[in-house]
Ligand binder design. Structure first.
Ligand SMILES: *[C@@H]1O[C@H](CO)[C@@H](O)[C@H](O)[C@H]1NC(C)=O
Ligand SMILES: *[C@@H]1O[C@H](CO)[C@@H](O)[C@H](O)[C@H]1NC(C)=O
Ligand SMILES: *[C@@H]1O[C@H](CO)[C@@H](O)[C@H](O)[C@H]1NC(C)=O
Length: 377
């Protein structure tokens, strides 16, 4: 077993579905979400005209930049009810809504299908803490442009959560992450210059309507994982003069995904087509299963122009528990002279040959977090 496959198995922490065709339901059952918080009770609230107006007005600005339309919805919007990952994987998240300047946007987030609870899952091994607050995270990375709008709502009150900071990161179009040195498959492990790279990482505050929006790329895939974007929602963080955030707590840690049909189309387009890493289907990714057993972690999307290459607008709603304080263990910290590997972070642990208990050293969560803070000083 190669190191990558070994990593994949450790990451997935469960046998791949592919190895057992027809046993999907068993895996569906095993991959129970870490937390099951439903937004069902919010449905009425979300369709309340006032909430809808407040929620969607915001997107006027975004959509005004994007001339749009596209697609045909093949299914009715899914009902809000507990889901399993197989049925979630079969939902077509492509929206055929036409988006024009000044339109009534109330259909977007009010769409029941867009009302999703983001599952809370592991932050993954490649988080860099201390990235910039910026809307455009593309830098010079080529790929299909994607504007991603994330609305944060409180899962109890269904109200939008303003002044939160949403921190996102993903791989580039050929499946490589910036900012972390020494993770297998992610660049030359001896090349420390990768620590200065920040592409496809960034932070945005939520506005009065709970929405944070980013301009970036549709990520690529890498071995062992379905295509995904990571997100952490920080509450109570403070923006610094150098455009970073400090303090606060991670109320939510999650990952979001894309329709398999979209990814299949994306993988035929340059530069995605040049990605030689094996594709992992959503339904073969344990973390997707975990996320999609109970909730729908797949973004809704619309094409911005006539073709996929013109770009994508994607949106998703996160339901968060504002009292939560999740452990976060960054692989590296970004500082004034570039990134510094976290000696207690998941990649450093991997290099020492130990994962600790519970995956990537989260066995001793409080201790790890404390050490992380110390490591930054
Ligand atoms: C979008 O899809 C729905 C459901 O399939 C259909 O009724 C509607 O006419 C479509 N709208 C556009 C603009 O194509
Ligand atoms: C993705 O990032 C890696 C590492 O920086 C780079 O070698 C590769 O060229 C990038 N992909 C594309 C399509 O530019
Ligand atoms: C930004 O400022 C904070 C607070 O002074 C500091 O901890 C952090 O290292 C700085 N980050 C960068 C990238 O300069």
């Amino acid at each position: 077993m190669g190191i990558k496959n070994l990593l994949s198995s450790l990451l997935l922490a469960a046998p791949l579905v592919l190895a057992h065709p027809g046993k999907e339901e068993i895996h569906a059952h095993r991959a129970l979400p870490l937390e099951r918080k439903s937004l069902d009770h919010c449905e009425k609230h979300f369709s309340d005209p006032e909430f809808v107006t407040r929620t969607v007005e915001i997107h006027g600005r975004e959509f005004a930049r994007l001339r749009r339309e596209l697609g045909l919805e093949t299914e009715e919007s899914p009902k809000l009810k507990p889901r399993d990952y197989i049925s979630v994987s079969r939902i077509d998240h492509k929206s055929n809504k036409t988006v024009t300047k000044g339109m009534d946007l109330s259909n977007l987030f009010s769409d029941a299908g867009a009302c999703m609870l983001m599952p809370a899952v592991d932050q993954g091994p490649l988080y860099v803490k201390g990235e910039q607050v910026r809307k455009d995270i593309t830098e010079k990375e080529p790929g299909i442009k994607m504007t991603l709008a994330i609305q944060v709502v409180d899962y109890k009150t269904c109200k939008a959560v303003p002044n939160a900071y949403v921190d996102i990161w993903s791989s580039n179009s050929t499946g490589i992450y910036t900012g972390v040195q020494g993770y297998p498959g992610m660049g030359d492990p001896k090349d420390a210059s990768i620590l200065k790279l920040t592409a496809l990482r960034g932070i945005q505050p939520t506005d009065d309507h709970g929405v944070a929006a980013f301009d970036g790329l549709l990520p690529g895939h890498y071995e062992g994982r379905a295509t995904h974007i990571h997100a952490i929602v920080y509450l109570g963080a403070t923006k610094q003069a150098n455009n970073t955030i400090t303090g606060g707590k991670a109320a939510h840690v999650g990952q979001l995904y894309f329709d398999q049909s979209l990814l299949t189309a994306v993988n035929k387009i340059t530069p995605y087509v040049g990605n030689k890493q094996a594709v992992t289907l959503n339904t073969a990714d344990f973390l997707f299963m975990q996320g999609a057993n109970g909730d729908d972690p797949i973004v809704r999307y619309a094409l911005v122009g006539k073709t996929l290459a013109d770009g994508v607008f994607a949106w998703i709603r996160f339901g968060i528990n504002q009292n939560a304080n999740k452990p976060v263990s960054p692989a590296a910290f970004m500082g004034p002279s570039g990134g510094v590997m976290n000696p207690n972070g998941p990649v450093a642990q991997l290099q020492r040959g130990g994962f600790g208990g519970g995956g990537f050293g989260f066995g001793k969560r409080d201790a790890a977090q404390h050490e992380d803070e110390k490591a930054r000083e």
